[in-house]
Ligand binder design. Structure first.
Ligand SMILES: *[C@@H]1O[C@H](CO)[C@@H](O)[C@H](O)[C@H]1NC(C)=O
Length: 429
């Protein structure tokens, strides 16, 4: 009797506590123009700094809105390597360009959120792979040493080493990442989170395989030998080829994220889903993106963060836009952002307060069944969100075909939580 009471109580606490610690948004624009071969023409960079009279979207205003209205606490600030060094590979950070990027970083820090520096270069510079025929490891280490030195005193800076490596030797890549980790820590940034990206575009579907390289990345350490704050970087889209360029959502990615969750649990490690998104008007996206994000939140024992793609300098008509609309003086999220990014996260916190259950219990492990061991490698042929000018794509989008209104989703979700609550209470008695 006592045991079953404990078990059911633990289950209740786990369900109530199941949401990622960090929820946030990609504040894009610094990555505009970047292609998957790592070429990033600086003329295409469009940092979201309109509030400073510098063009792009209103990144600072959006972040303030996301924090104050939605409780978000992490933002991803993509930037190209070329922009930071003004096209001088291996050179010093360019004073003028760094000052521009730093405006966005400081605006992020000012909201109280965590701020991810994302080098959006696909492990490349103008076609050459870092440490594998392209830039040398030393040149990449130089970039990160300078960034770590600049931000060493800012605890809430997150170092995301690289956006979406692909088609490379993942063992060599892991060795490159080890040099960067060591350099960042030795530059004085000893406590900040560092995100470690695997191959195949960080795809959740393949990270846990040899090709994905998660095992090689999880073997990397801080200079003191620990793995504190070294996190697996995880991406995934819901369209047919995992490219984030098609409107239709064909999967809720339960299997892919289940496999990564299982891998992390076995390894005793954690990760952050730093890029995932869906089309606001895409067939089945409201249902499947909400299902996916609810699943990620339920596995918050291993996934500590979820960062959606994207706002920033994207127009509200960009195919994956989560850029909030301006309504009078206020920002208002689109339905997909409101329901599937914020809603799936907030529902849980409402459960916590309404049922007065304390949080902090150890999550129940082994709740994920990942059946398939084979995964089809997503063929990603295009960079995600590399262009700020995809507005034309929206005209061909149809109205939402899903019948799941927000209220319906909420009811189902609350219904499930209530049913489990009742079962728990019955068990307890
Ligand atoms: C994901 O989709 C599958 C297949 O439609 C379904 O069985 C599963 O319950 C969904 N997962 C979640 C978390 O809703």
């Amino acid at each position: 009797m006592f045991a079953s009471t404990l078990v059911s109580f633990a289950l209740l606490v786990w369900l109530a506590a199941a949401k990622v610690q960090f929820l946030g948004m990609g504040i894009a624009g610094g990555d505009f123009g970047c292609e998957i071969d790592g070429s990033c023409p600086t003329s295409s960079t469009q940092l979201p700094l309109s509030s400073f009279g510098m063009g792009g979207g209103d990144g600072p205003g959006q972040m303030t809105h996301f924090v104050e209205d939605d409780g978000m606490n992490i933002f991803r600030l993509p930037i190209s390597w070329q922009f930071l060094v003004n096209n001088k590979l291996g050179g010093d950070l360019d004073v003028t360009n760094l000052a521009k990027y730093d405006k966005l970083v400081q605006a992020c820090l000012a909201t109280g959120a965590n701020c991810m520096i994302d080098i959006h270069n696909f492990a490349r510079w103008n076609g050459g792979i870092i440490g594998q025929g392209g830039p040398t490891d030393d040149q990449f280490v130089s970039l990160w040493t300078q960034l770590a030195t600049k931000y060493a005193a800012s605890e809430r800076i997150v170092f995301e080493l690289m956006n979406e490596p692909h088609h490379l030797d993942v063992q060599l890549w892991a060795a490159t990442c080890q040099k960067v980790i060591t350099a960042i820590r030795n530059a004085g940034a000893v406590t900040q989170m560092i995100l470690l990206p695997g191959s195949n575009f960080d795809s959740a579907a393949t990270l846990a395989t040899e090709e994905g390289g998660a095992a090689a990345l999880m073997a990397l350490t801080n200079p003191d030998g620990s793995t504190d704050n070294l996190l697996l970087d995880i991406h995934k889209y819901l369209d047919v080829d995992n490219s984030g360029t098609h409107a239709e959502c064909v999967t809720n990615n339960t299997e892919a994220f289940g496999q990564v969750a299982e891998f992390l649990r076995k390894a005793g490690r954690k990760g952050i889903v730093s890029e995932t998104g869906a089309a606001p008007n895409g067939p089945d996206c409201m249902t499947r993106f909400c299902e996916q994000n609810a699943f990620i939140n339920r596995n918050s024992d291993v996934f500590i963060g979820l960062v959606a793609w994207a706002a920033g300098s994207f127009d509200t008509s960009y195919i994956l836009s989560l850029t909030p609309n301006r309504n009078g003086g206020k920002f208002v999220n689109n339905a997909l952002g409101a329901q599937c990014v914020v809603g799936t996260w907030k529902e849980t916190s409402e459960d916590v307060s309404s049922s007065s259950i304390s949080t902090g219990s150890t999550p129940v492990s082994g709740t994920i069944t990942s059946s398939a061991t084979t995964t089809t490698s997503p063929v990603t042929t295009t960079t995600t969100g590399s262009s700020g000018t995809q507005a034309s794509g929206s005209s061909s989008l149809t109205a939402p075909t899903t019948t799941h209104s927000g209220a319906w989703t909420m009811t189902v979700s609350l219904g499930r939580e209530m049913a489990i609550l009742l079962i728990g209470l019955v068990l307890a008695v």
